[in-house]
Design a protein around this ligand. Structure first.
Ligand SMILES: [Mg+2]
Ligand SMILES: [Zn+2]
Length: 187
């Protein structure tokens, strides 16, 4: 059965996938800088009928490094940048907790992806999850999402460390993920 257009969704991690990551956390809109090609990749996915959702761990909130107003301001900047490239992000799910909180949303826990699947009424088996960290992929694999590693952000280190979920596909960056994924779709 073909996937209906409205159920076509791609789930992205944020830091290290859409924007440049930092070990010191991305704490303000000024620190939020897109990875070259990532905004155009989102637009290209949209043009092919895919909605895009983001699932991002933001423990900087739980650690007190930045507040909700700063996170919202970052996401306003992100949405504007994506819109300027002709694309749209339909939802941003974030986990504000730290590892000590033992929540169900902080990846590798699959809570955010479960919530996204319910919100968008999508089938995990045909919905790619794209991340640069093992925990992004583990969260996806736990629910049966196909997993895709990009080598931006922490991606090269993640690849070197090994232990990727079975079947994980590897792409240089989000732009090459979009090209690879969309060309496979038409095979
Ligand atoms: Mg990341
Ligand atoms: Zn959480």
């Amino acid at each position: 059965m073909p996937t209906s257009a409205s159920r076509k969704l791609v789930i992205l991690d944020r830091d290290g996938v859409i924007n440049v990551d930092s070990d010191a956390f991305i704490k303000s809109p000024d620190e939020w800088v897109a990875i070259p090609g990532s905004l155009e990749a989102i637009a290209r996915l949209n043009q092919h009928g895919y909605r895009v959702a983001v699932a991002t761990n933001q423990s900087g909130i739980g650690r007190g490094l930045f507040d909700m107003a700063a996170l919202n301001a970052m996401h306003v900047k992100m949405q504007k940048a994506v819109a300027a490239a002709g694309g749209r992000i339909d939802a941003v799910f974030f986990c504000p907790h730290t590892a000590d909180d033992n929540c169900e949303c902080r990846k590798p826990q699959p809570g955010m992806l479960k919530a996204i699947a319910e919100r968008f009424e999508i089938e995990p088996s045909v919905t790619p999850v794209v991340g640069d960290s093992l925990r992004d992929l583990q969260a996806g694999a736990a629910l049966g999402f196909p997993t895709h590693l990009v080598l931006t952000g922490k991606g090269k280190g993640t690849l070197a460390a090994g232990g990727l979920p079975e079947g994980t596909k590897i792409h240089n960056d989000l732009k090459s993920f979009a090209l690879d994924f969309l060309s496979e779709e038409h095979e």
